[in-house]
Design a protein around this ligand. Structure first.
Ligand code: B1M
Length: 211
């Protein structure tokens, strides 16, 4: 791995936001692609954080400061991830489901969707089915996007789709889902319209669903 990417990883692992941001700037200046900086620098560091947590070497506070550093790095990278200017394609309400506070992946998906030309209504984290429904009722949402990182909160995706059916809103929106434990077969099981394994594929999925 490139030296700068390695120092990005180290900085995120240490939870050192300042160095993460400096190294991301340096990486951009050195001509590394934003996609490489994102995947091989920032995201791979978070994967390592997850591994260290599983092994009991990191605890929640270490995960939190690593997440903070990652978000700091993402903020620097964001303008560089933008694709070419495109017409607004539609409106997407995005949230992490009830019981789940993870938002780095969701935010990244939001950024990519925005860059792909969608308008994003970010509902935040710990979003109940009722809040998703209110969002659809209060503005013209084309796509509802749900994220979750916890196996224990995956059923909330199914519950939200059931609530949409009950509120007779299911036909008004496309539903897309994602997050580390989510799979295409889970999306099929709960009658979601689509699943994407990462942020850039979430953007192409959203485009294809509205075409
Ligand atoms: Co938590 N955590 N965490 N955590 N955390 C995981 C998810 C875990 C896998 C760690 C582990 O054990 N290895 C584990 C879940 C185990 C499981 O359920 N199977 C876990 C746990 C257990 C917990 C707590 C329960 C810990 C505790 O308190 N005992 C707790 C839960 C709190 C809660 O939510 N109620 C908890 C807390 C936290 C922090 C708050 C400390 C922090 C989150 C900070 C934040 O988000 N603001 C945190 C972090 C940072 C992680 C890890 C290390 C990193 C997650 C991340 O940001 N990844 C994570 C381990 C890991 O994933 N390696 C872990 C980077 C991000 C870019 O990837 O989110 O997967 P990801 O998003 C991707 C794709 O999934 C996809 O695109 C994104 C970009 O490409 N995607 C979508 C995501 N959403 C999408 C939506 C779409 C489409 C694609 O369409 C709408």
């Amino acid at each position: 791995v490139n030296e700068i990417l390695e120092s990005i990883q180290t900085a995120v692992l240490k939870g050192d936001m300042k160095t993460t941001q400096d190294q991301v700037e340096l990486a951009i200046g050195s001509g590394l692609t934003p996609a490489d900086i994102l995947h091989e620098g920032l995201i791979s560091a978070m994967t390592e954080v997850g591994r260290l947590f599983e092994e009991g070497e990191y605890y929640v506070p270490e995960m939190l400061i690593a997440a903070r550093a990652m978000r700091g790095g993402l903020a620097i990278l964001k303008p560089h991830l933008a694709e070419t200017d495109v017409q607004p394609l539609g409106k997407i309400a995005l949230g992490t489901v009830k019981g789940d506070l993870h938002d780095i992946g969701k935010n990244l998906v939001g950024m990519m969707l925005e860059d792909a030309g969608f308008e994003i209504v970010d509902l935040g984290v710990d979003v109940t089915p009722e809040i998703f429904i209110e969002a659809i009722q209060s503005s013209e949402i084309d796509i509802l996007g749900m994220s979750t990182l916890l196996t224990t909160t995956m059923p909330l995706m199914k519950a939200t789709i059931a609530a949409l059916v009950d509120a007779q809103l299911r036909d008004q929106v496309k539903v897309i889902i994602g997050g580390a434990p989510v799979t295409q077969s889970y999306a099929d099981d709960i009658d979601a319209d689509g699943y994407a394994p990462d942020a850039s594929r979430a953007a192409s999925l959203a485009k294809s669903l509205l075409n």
